[in-house]
Ligand binder design. Structure first.
Ligand SMILES: Nc1ncnc2c1ncn2[C@@H]1O[C@H](COP(=O)(O)OP(=O)(O)OP(=O)(O)O)[C@@H](O)[C@H]1O
Length: 600
């Protein structure tokens, strides 16, 4: 009747659903057994009623007057307790099964490559982990419970009906096929509406997470009213979807009720006629009508489960969609060569790159070689591809063409975990967790770190002073994304984190935002120490950095257009480097000294 096992969505994700269920099969089998007993026992009620009327009241059998009430008591007790254990076992299975699903969703999300994020908002992804699993959990618990209990009760009642009067039963059952038409039609509608409702919830969640994370921007441009209006639109669209869903869900009930009443009406008419003409005892008719009434309830319940099934299938489909997305290579079984200290060089050989969503090429035929222990700067106009270039080294993205060689070995075949451990990256927007300073410093480190080492590292990064002045020192929480700290302090924390990780390759994206002179000086000093004995690549925005680099690569529109030391490049008349300095740093070349006029 409710043929979800023939549903194309179910068929597509059947294997996955079976994997989810597998660990809880004993609980589920226990629940099925309880449902079977509960359903079977229910069928005894109308039979007992028939016996009570025909034998106790009509034939006045005093012995049965004692046995039958006792049987009622036993029957209802068994029915009640088996019902309880069935609910207990199945609820337990559903709750823990969905916890597993939630866990695998989270694991999958966190293991997806960077390129998979960004297209769809965080809020949408979050709603799949929270809302879709919640719907699936409710659905699974109720579906298994109701579907089983109602199916078994319906079968039990059918047996009772056939036992009491099989001719009347066949007559009454003629109404049953009528129920299939609305169930099918409304079921289909419900699936579509459920999916839309869940997507709508994703919009609400997305808007919420986006506005909360951009709250500074919203306030700075006074756009609260616009965001409130937009949220109302999403929220109302969600409510409308939910309302449509509820409409279809509740529509099944009156339809089923009318069809049920038709069946019972037929039974009353035919049964009453037979009793009047002496073909049927009163007890048989009362027992039959009781059983018919008791059959009608689970059938109505089965029809109502359709709503839960459709909502759960829509949720399971959305969950499966995420689980089917490819994982980042380091998270699938792959054994590459282990990246260790950079001994000879890091080389880009004819590397080109295009972002999956982009129609144009971002990096074109990049070739460069950085000897171990060297310090190079990458400069170029905004959007020229500097960040993209350095993001290819830890394989956040893979080159579309060409190769990156680490001591002559292709990074494409490297073990990504060891590669990332060998690299220390400090970006402009330092990412901190809403945890203590200490926890942030140790984040991602899988070795014990003594208090002394921690202090030493923060001293090297020029961070010890400000950490000591925080209310709880190393135990001070830094707030969401480190909001309780200044930009310079966040940068120095990130540098201390790098010191503790002791990477062989350091990649720095110099802050463009104006740090105060003190912070800048503190960071500069820290860097001098940290860069010793490491290979360093800096996306440079400050002349002081550019001048100290051994080699400068000038990037423009994804190509290396010039390379050489600052002095060499300054000697190139009318070169791109000079133009870049003029434009971005507002400097004019000094022909006498081959160095900029403005001091850094
Ligand atoms: N995740 C992404 N998906 C698609 N395109 C991107 C992505 N990141 C950057 N781009 C595009 O690639 C080009 C190079 O960007 P990139 O961030 O590497 O430049 P950049 O030189 O570091 O700029 P800036 O100095 O402003 O940080 C830009 O045109 C940008 O729009």
């Amino acid at each position: 009747m409710i043929v979800f096992w023939k549903d194309p969505v179910y068929l597509r994700i059947r294997k996955r659903i079976h994997c989810w269920i597998h660990p809880y099969r004993s609980l589920i089998i226990g629940g099925i057994l309880m449902a079977f007993i509960s359903g079977g026992v229910s069928s005894g009620v109308p039979i007992l009623l028939k016996e009570l009327i025909d034998k106790v009241f009509a034939k006045k059998d005093p012995q049965l007057l004692f046995v039958l009430p006792l049987s009622f008591f036993v029957l209802f007790s068994v029915k009640g307790f088996t019902g309880f254990f069935q609910a207990y076992l199945l609820k337990k299975a559903a709750l823990f099964m969905i916890s597993d699903v939630r866990q695998s969703l989270f694991e999958h999300l966190i293991r997806m490559p960077l390129a998979s994020f960004g297209k769809e908002g965080t809020g949408h992804l979050m709603s799949r982990v929270t809302n879709d699993t919640y719907i699936l959990q409710g659905g699974v618990a109720e579906i298994i419970r109701d579907l089983l209990r109602n199916s078994f009760t319906a079968v039990g009642m059918l047996v009772a009906l056939l036992y009491i009067d099989y001719k009347l039963t066949i007559f009454v059952l003629l109404a049953v096929p009528l129920t299939l038409i609305p169930i099918r039609k409304i079921g289909k509608k419900l699936r579509m509406v459920s999916r839309r409702t869940q997507e709508s919830y994703g919009d609400v969640n997305q808007h919420l997470s986006e506005t909360l994370s951009a709250i500074r921007l919203i306030k700075s441009v006074a756009s609260e009213e616009k965001e409130i209006r937009q949220f109302r639109e999403f929220s109302q669209a969600y409510a409308k979807s939910q309302f449509r869903s509820a409409k279809y869900e509740n529509l099944l009930s009156p339809i089923m009720e009318s069809i049920g009443a038709l069946g019972i009406g037929l039974a009353v008419w035919l049964g009453g006629y037979s009793v009047i003409h002496g073909h049927l005892t009163l007890g048989t008719l009362v027992g039959f009508l009781t059983a018919a009434q008791m059959l009608y309830q689970p059938i109505k319940g089965l029809a109502n489960s359709q709503a839960g099934i459709q909502q759960s299938l829509a949720a399971a489909e959305r969950i499966a969609e995420v689980l089917e997305r490819p994982l980042e290579e380091m998270n699938v079984a792959r054994s590459g060569w282990t990246v260790s200290r950079l001994e000879k060089s890091l080389e880009f050989r004819n590397v080109s790159f295009r972002y999956p969503v982009s129609s144009s090429i971002t990096l074109e035929n990049i070739s460069l070689s950085i000897p171990s222990g060297d310090f190079v700067a990458i400069v170029g106009p905004s959007g020229s591809g500097k960040s993209t270039l350095v993001n290819l080294i830890p394989l956040f993205y893979h080159p579309t063409e060409g190769e990156i060689l680490w001591d002559g070995k292709n990074l494409q075949d490297a073990d990504i975990r060891s590669l990332r451990n060998a690299i220390g990256m400090v970006t402009q927007d330092v990412i901190l967790m809403n945890q203590s300073v200490r926890e942030n410093l140790l984040y991602g480190l899988d070795r014990p770190v003594s208090r002394l080492e921690l202090e030493e590292a923060t001293k090297v990064a020029n961070a010890f002073g400000f950490i000591s002045s925080l209310p709880d020192g190393f135990e001070t929480r830094v707030g969401e994304k480190g909001v309780f700290l200044s930009g310079g302090e966040r940068q120095r924390l990130a540098l201390a984190r790098v010191v503790l990780r002791d990477p062989t390759l350091l990649i720095l994206d110099e802050a463009t935002s104006a740090l105060d002179t003190e912070s800048e000086y503190a960071i500069q000093k820290a860097l001098e120490v940290i860069m010793k004995n490491r290979t360093t690549i800096v996306i440079a925005h400050r002349l002081s950095t550019i001048r100290t680099a051994r080699k400068v690569y000038v990037l423009d529109k994804g190509k290396i257009v010039e390379e050489g030391s600052h002095e060499e490049l300054m000697r190139t008349d009318g070169g791109r480097y000079q133009k870049f300095l003029n434009l971005s740093l507002g400097l004019a070349p000094d022909p006498g000294e081959n160095s900029p006029k403005r001091s850094e």
